[in-house]
Design a binder for this molecule. Structure first.
Ligand code: PHE
Length: 338
């Protein structure tokens, strides 16, 4: 019996406890009802009375040792856990959340869209790979117009090209909808130009189209005045210059007045103070007919503006290429702008 007790003592001493699981194993092996300590107590009952006194002390000592080891490790593992929790300092400032930013072209495009949305224009879109008819013929471009030349247009195959303007969407809308039509079409367009600070082989336009009974040039002017006032601010001066587009008659270009107060303004306006921002006009009767609009009853206006040019103006960006390089140093400056 004595040996049994000694053996158990050294066994318990060697038992390694580093985790909660090991602690539980220790408890099951030594201290539980079916554990080894209980076996010792069972055997102890059978011991004859003379030996009981001395053996009793040993058994008690064993019990105390085992229980002490259990509670020591139990406390230790608990406080380990607490210590780990204490390494969290709730007073430290949190990690800053990195905010993404919208591209300046998206910001400007969204602002323009929201102004026209409020005037009742809805968005329509068309394909970027367009057939010759939608991009040119329906829009009254003569067969030998220079824009149809390979030098100006990227052809994908015969009669299929990357659209050179968003006016192609006008055609699709008029073909598919009945007047009254009031729509804007933002989108990417492509032209075969050498890349420079002022030109790129693709850029963005926003087209406007309004078809209804008795639409006049005065309606066009009113809409554009309203747009300029909202986008560039009250009191921004504008002027219309007669111009030519195959698909509008009469046609005009609209300039806004920047003045010649700064070198930048002089450069942008070539010394005149005026900067062209869009083309517009009354939709040519031929175009209306090509698209199945009843010209006896309906007329309309259209306008098209370049998003890049307006964004350059708004943010003082001097080189068009910056829009397409996606340099984070530029993009980061628009964090939180919508
Ligand atoms: N499509 C013309 C361009 O790309 C702009 C325009 C649109 C002009 C609508 C008049 C009417 O330059």
């Amino acid at each position: 019996m004595k040996e049994q007790i000694e053996k158990l003592k050294s066994e318990a001493k060697k038992f390694e406890i580093k985790t909660k699981e090991q602690l539980e194993k220790f408890r099951l092996e030594f201290l539980s009802k079916k554990g080894k300590l209980n076996d010792v107590f069972e055997d102890f009952k059978k011991v004859n009375p003379e030996e009981k006194k001395s053996l009793g002390q040993l058994v008690n000592q064993l019990k105390i040792e085992l229980e002490e080891k259990f509670s020591r490790f139990n406390n230790e593992l608990d406080s380990d856990k607490k210590e780990k929790n204490n390494t969290l300092d709730f007073t430290l400032p949190g990690d800053a959340m990195v905010l993404g930013s919208r591209h300046p072209l998206s910001i400007v495009q969204n602002q323009i869209i929201s102004i026209f949305n409020r005037m009742g224009f809805i968005i329509s879109e068309g394909p970027e790979i367009e057939d010759d008819w939608h991009n040119f013929s329906a829009l009254n471009f003569p067969e030998n117009h220079p824009a149809r030349d390979m030098q100006d247009t990227f052809f994908v195959e015969k009669d299929m090209a990357l659209r050179t303007h968003t006016s192609s969407v006008q055609v699709r809308v008029m073909q598919n909808q009945k007047p009254p039509i009031r729509t804007i079409s933002p989108g990417r367009v492509y032209r075969n130009e050498a890349v420079s600070a002022r030109a790129n082989c693709f850029f963005h336009q926003l087209e406007g189209l309004y078809i209804n009974k008795n639409v006049s040039f005065a309606d066009l002017k009113l809409t554009l005045f309203q747009f300029v006032e909202e986008f560039f601010g009250k009191g921004t001066e504008v002027r219309f210059r007669p111009s030519y587009f195959p698909f509008t008659e009469p046609s005009a270009e609209m300039d806004i007045y920047l003045g010649t107060g700064s070198e930048e303004d002089i450069r942008l306006t070539k010394g005149t103070g005026w900067l062209e921002i869009l083309g517009c006009g009354m939709v040519d009767e031929n175009v209306l007919k090509n698209c199945g609009i009843d010209t006896e009853n309906y007329s309309g206006y259209a306008f098209g503006m370049g998003i890049e040019r307006i964004a350059m103006l708004k943010y003082g960006i001097k080189d068009l290429r910056l829009f397409f390089e996606n340099d984070v140093r530029l993009l980061k400056q628009f964090e939180g702008v919508f």
